[in-house]
Design a protein around this ligand. Structure first.
Ligand code: TRP
Ligand code: SF4
Length: 405
């Protein structure tokens, strides 16, 4: 596959942490479901990543893997357009991780912000381990083994994609140079014609000397537009900008999910650790009960007291689920004591149940038929392995490890 096509390949992973909630749905899954229409998508459950922090107590991981697959399917991830698999079923991730570890400076890993942050945050765990330090590099291998162009992640993971770009650049620089490469690249530049060649060289300079990522993007677009050069020359020109070699491992982009934070039942961000979640497939009566018992504006003790939506977590959910007309109804009704809190919550309960209905329905066939889920995952694994094997063949070769066997 050419690097132009690979720019359209998306890869993302999720740790198996138990059943998903509506925060995952709004923050991640809805976005995945959109992406699968426009991109070639690979989505995987990162079970090895779970072990980097839960190595002492791995017993939940397996169940969580299958729950999570059902959640994805229920949310609308479509196995005929997206490839779904489990990380540990594709050992090429581990092989690439090992090979990348040879050329990754220790300082790059120590400097990843999540390294210190997570150690501080998860104080009860001993995370002074080799695996934990290396886990962002494992993530780099996850991405690079598919030569993915786009990686949908939350803001906390952007640094990992950044590390991946640096690792790829270094890898290509070390191993991407065929003898005679520079001459061939120069010849390819000339073939673009005078004007484009000059433009290309300027962009090259901007990117290599001033590190302007924009120049890289513009140069890529320029190469894409060239009609008169061969595929091989195209690859060379792509490689030439990114470090002077052939692009064996292309640099991915982080695709930041532009979703507002999903509030939980207490108004904080919805998160398992705050115990404020609504499950993706939670039973309707439990959902209704959870919303009915939600805290409201504490100043509003009696029905006749007026309230302030800004001080009420129920309002935050209306901001996600209600149109402007209903939001107006809440605002006015609350501040004038014209509506009661239960009345205010009612349309919200309906909206959440409405959202969950098709999800729960879709989940049913998979819950009743675990074999179906397993066969979807094993098909996905096959497809993923084919792509991963192709990368490893090339990687082994340039690292002096292909023995023709
Ligand atoms: N580290 C990510 C998380 O904790 C999960 C993950 C693993 C991932 N490998 C990935 C995400 C590759 C994107 C791409 O959420
Ligand atoms: Fe909150 Fe609605 Fe009650 Fe106002 S009326 S305090 S917004 S639940």
């Amino acid at each position: 596959m050419s690097s132009v096509e690979l720019q359209k390949r998306v890869l993302s992973g999720m740790r198996p942490t138990g059943k998903l909630h509506l925060g995952h749905y709004h923050g991640v899954l809805k976005n995945w479901v959109e992406l699968q229409h426009d991109y070639e998508c690979f989505f995987f459950v990162a079970d090895w990543h779970a072990l980097t922090t839960h190595y002492e107590n791995p017993y939940q991981i397996e169940q969580s893997v299958w729950d999570m697959m059902i959640d994805w399917l229920a949310a609308g991830v479509n196995p005929s357009s997206a490839t779904m698999f489990v990380q540990s079923h594709v050992p090429e991730h581990a092989e690439l991780h090992l090979l990348l570890s040879m050329m990754t400076p220790l300082g790059w890993l120590e400097r990843v912000p999540t390294y210190k942050d997570q150690q501080d945050k998860l104080k009860e765990k001993d995370l002074a381990t080799y695996g934990f330090l290396g886990y962002p590099l494992l993530q780099s291998a996850d991405i690079l083994v598919y030569r993915a162009g786009q990686v949908p992640v939350g803001a906390d993971q952007v640094a990992h994609v950044e590390l991946t770009r640096e690792v790829a650049r270094r890898f290509n620089h070390l191993y991407g140079k065929d003898p005679g490469f520079e001459e061939q690249a120069e010849a390819a530049i000339t073939k673009m014609g005078k004007k484009n060649a000059r433009l290309y060289r300027n962009l090259l300079k901007k990117f290599q000397e001033q590190g302007e990522d924009e120049a890289l993007e513009t140069a890529r677009a320029l190469i894409k537009d060239q009609q008169n050069i061969s595929l091989g020359d195209r690859e060379r020109l792509f490689g030439f900008i990114e470090g002077g070699g052939k692009v064996i491992l292309p640099e991915p982009q982080a695709l930041l999910t532009p979703s507002p934070k999903m509030p939980g039942l207490d108004g904080q961000k919805m998160s398992k650790s705050y115990n404020n979640t609504i499950g993706l497939r939670e039973a309707p009566d439990e959902v209704a009960q959870k919303i009915k018992t939600m805290q409201t504006d504490p100043q509003r003790v009696r029905l006749t007291d007026s309230g302030d939506p800004e001080k009420c977590p129920v309002w935050k959910l209306h901001e996600v689920y209600s149109d402007s007309q209903r939001k107006k109804w809440v605002q006015e009704g609350c501040m004038s004591a014209g509506i009661g809190c239960l009345e205010c919550k009612k349309p919200l309960i309906d909206a959440v149940l409405e959202e969950q209905k098709p999800i729960i329905e879709r989940a049913k066939q998979y819950e009743e038929n675990p074999e179906l889920v397993r066969s979807i995952v094993s098909e996905g694994t096959e497809r993923a392995r084919d792509a991963a094997r192709a990368t490893l063949e090339e990687v082994r070769q340039v690292m002096g490890l292909s023995f023709g066997g």
